[in-house]
Design a protein around this ligand. Structure first.
Ligand SMILES: C[S@@+](CC[C@H](N)C(=O)[O-])C[C@H]1O[C@@H](n2cnc3c(N)ncnc32)[C@H](O)[C@@H]1O
Length: 358
């Protein structure tokens, strides 16, 4: 039996389901031809390249195709965003070297590498931080955690200024901070910038994170005010966390994702970020509990713990703390993120005397 030519073609297309849609990409020959004819010309402007790579990203179902393409082209031209490009950068054709750079970065994005790793840097609050896989990329909601700590510290300062008639210790030193799980250093370095009298200890169990926080601290000239240690919070030793005595504030955006939810994360995360930064165990609380246990040894009376958590955690943590009166901790306030979900906790330690009384 002879098969009509058109049926054969349809069968071939079925065997190569992406061919019709992504033809120029998945067929290497067409891909090269298209690159040759388009990318080799000396007249390609930033806008042309953005729209070319946006098409390629869309064809490959890369999320945020336009933003990815704009970030990459702008980065190669020395700007942070497409809107920041000068009129002359927009109208001048890119050099062969620049087109090549754009192509190399776009090839990484096609592998679902997060744009922050592709560019090698990212902004958090008013800092530009170096980013390196697999160290966790700071998320925008964590900026709210930093603002919460800063607001609370300002409030404390204001109220202590109002009570100046009562005896106050000299105000030369600010609070001693401890960040548990510093990643790229986003939280601790922002806090050091915003609280100029503070000093900090930052720990992470991932050596790459410790090295990246050190690098970022040096780039921002904050290295003298922070001790950065390769340390696991679940380890039994804690004396190394006390170079300046007991700490005033512990801050953490710990791994808090429920283990069963890990498989639903985006390909960008699953393929490129360290999963140890995200997986909080069966109830998302493995590292949270270690942090709260540690407060017994290293947190001052009346000290604070600030945590970013899953919206299910505030209730779970309140219940857990009720079962652990030995920790002398209580949830002082819960704060919602911009989507209205309870995500940030301020936990405080009773003074020893007030705990015994209650
Ligand atoms: C969600 S990331 C937060 C990183 C950074 N603070 C931020 O907000 O961008 C959690 C960090 O905690 C670290 N980490 C996980 N388990 C830890 C442990 N047992 N002890 C110390 N650090 C830990 C991870 O390596 C990761 O860098």
């Amino acid at each position: 039996m002879t098969v009509p030519f058109s049926t054969l073609c349809r069968k071939l297309l079925y065997l190569l389901p992406h061919y019709g849609r992504f033809g120029s990409l998945l067929n290497p020959y067409h891909h090269l031809l298209r690159q040759y004819s388009f990318l080799k010309t000396d007249l390609v402007t930033a806008a042309d390249l953005v729209s070319y790579w946006q098409d390629v990203f869309e064809g490959n179902e890369i999320p945020e195709a336009q933003a990815s393409s704009e970030y990459i082209v702008s980065h190669v031209l020395g700007a942070k965003t497409f809107q920041n490009l000068s009129t002359s950068s927009l109208s001048t054709p890119l050099s062969a070297k620049q087109r090549e750079q754009v192509q190399q970065l776009c090839a990484k994005r096609l592998q679902r590498m997060p744009i922050q790793y592709v560019l090698g840097e990212w902004d958090f609050q008013d800092l530009t931080l170096k980013m390196k896989p697999p160290v966790f990329i700071p998320r925008p909601e964590t900026e709210e955690l930093v603002s919460l700590v800063v607001d609370e510290e300002y409030k404390k300062k204001l109220s202590s200024a109002c009570c100046k008639s009562i005896w106050q210790p000299p105000d030369t030193f600010g609070p001693v901070l401890l960040e548990i799980g510093c990643g790229s250093g986003a939280i601790v370095l922002s806090l050091l910038r915003k609280l100029p009298q503070s000093q900090a200890i930052a720990i992470d169990k991932l050596e790459a994170a410790v090295n990246l926080t050190k690098e970022n601290a040096e780039r921002l000239h904050l290295q003298k005010r922070v001790k950065i240690l390769h340390h696991d919070v679940s380890s039994s030793s804690w004396e190394c966390l006390l170079p300046w005595g007991l700490v005033d504030i512990i801050i953490s955006n710990p791994p808090y994702i429920f283990h069963e939810d890990m498989s639903h994360l985006a390909a960008e995360i699953l393929r490129h970020e360290d999963l140890g930064a995200l997986d909080g165990g069966n109830d998302g609380m493995n590292v949270i509990k270690e942090i709260l246990n540690l407060t017994s040894y290293i947190l001052k009376d009346f000290g604070s713990v600030y945590l970013e958590v899953d919206p299910r955690h505030p209730e779970m943590i309140k219940n857990w703390l009720h079962s652990r009166p030995d920790l002398s901790l209580f949830v002082s306030s819960t704060h919602k993120d911009i989507c209205g979900k309870p995500r940030f906790l301020h936990i405080r330690k009773y003074g020893r005397r007030s705990y015994k009384r209650s």
